[in-house]
Design a protein around this ligand. Structure first.
Ligand code: FMN
Length: 301
């Protein structure tokens, strides 16, 4: 049995990736990250960003609402201080980028092309920032143009990370036309938490993005729609906490999965998911992911 996944020449030892923004030094230190297919770094911007005021994370039953606002130290510091440590983690590293306009996305991609990251995940869908983010993710033309400009700049694999939209043919096709190698979805779902004590939002930044188990059914729906709408590999994200959750996305035809909130809860969540998928495949005598699709493939009714 093997769990290998290939995306345009890049081999991932298994389909489990750490999602952008949800792991830090603690995960790299305390978890055997080299057992994973890869990690996706926190979205980096051209200039440092302070992000949104606290509180930035608010827990609800079955999920969290976050409004980090893309806080990061900017590409220069990322390249000099953060990336070298992440690159030594023993698995594929994909860098996530977020721009305020097309020129920023292209410049970030150009700078990353010189590094050892295997790919670039283009964050077209962050709900917690005023400029960029969701604005692009909803517009097929912007998606096509941004991905195309990045494609003309880099040879690395490009993953287009899309927002939680159903009937997503237009945005998925736009990413494919632009030259993306894979589609990843979903990012967090726009959300609000209201305090009856203060009469204000519970979150410093006002609105936030919901993640965790609460969003898994929505994510499954969006991933299902995306798979119908593209021939590109689709990476499923949203509320994956266990191997069974990951297998649900793979059953739909997803090629890989990303684990976000699950890793915030327990740094070992993703490595446990790899173990669980291996155990399931071995028990069911499934050779690899394509034979899982064939043997168990999903039908709606
Ligand atoms: C605290 C936090 C920070 C995040 N930061 C980013 C980010 O920088 N870039 C990005 O593309 N997604 C970011 N995300 C979204 C996750 O990568 C993922 O798409 C989303 O949380 C859904 O997956 P999950 O339910 O497994 O967490 C963030 C999510 C959380 C909870």
């Amino acid at each position: 049995m093997d769990l290998l996944v290939k995306i345009r020449g890049i081999t991932f030892k298994n389909p489990v990736l750490l999602a952008s923004g949800c792991f830090g030094r603690d995960t790299l230190k305390f978890t055997n990250v080299s057992a994973l297919g890869g990690v996706i770094t926190k979205s980096v911007t051209l200039k440092p960003r302070e992000g949104n005021p606290p509180p930035r994370i608010f827990e609800i039953p079955c999920g969290v609402i976050n409004s980090i606002g893309l806080a990061n130290s900017g590409i220069d510091k990322f390249l000099s201080d953060e990336l070298p440590e992440i690159l030594s983690c023993g698995t594929n590293v994909i860098a996530s980028i977020a721009g305020e306009d097309m020129a920023e996305y292209v410049e970030l991609a150009r700078m990353l092309e010189q590094t050892e990251v295997v790919g670039i995940e283009v964050n077209l869908s962050c709900p917690n920032v005023k400029k960029g983010g969701l604005e692009f993710g909803k517009h097929p033309d912007s998606i096509r143009k941004i991905i195309k400009s990045i494609r003309n700049t880099v040879s690395k694999i490009i993953i287009a990370k899309l927002p939680p939209l159903f009937e997503n043919k237009k945005i998925v096709s736009a990413a494919e036309d632009g030259g993306a190698d894979a589609i990843a979805l979903i990012n967090t779902i726009p959300a609000l938490a209201v305090s009856i004590d203060t009469g204000k939002s519970e979150i410093g930044g006002g609105k936030g993005g919901l993640s965790g188990p609460a969003i898994k059914p929505v994510a499954l729906h969006c991933v299902y729609d995306a798979i119908k709408n593209t021939n590109l590999p689709v990476i499923g994200i949203g509320g994956i906490m266990t191997a069974r959750d990951a297998l649900e996305f793979l059953l739909l035809g997803a090629s890989m999965v990303e684990i976000g909130t699950g890793v915030l809860v327990d740094t070992d969540t993703a490595t446990n998911i790899v173990k669980g998928i291996k155990e399931y495949f071995s028990k069911e005598e499934i050779e690899n992911i394509p034979s899982f699709w064939k043997r168990r493939g999903f039908t709606m009714s």
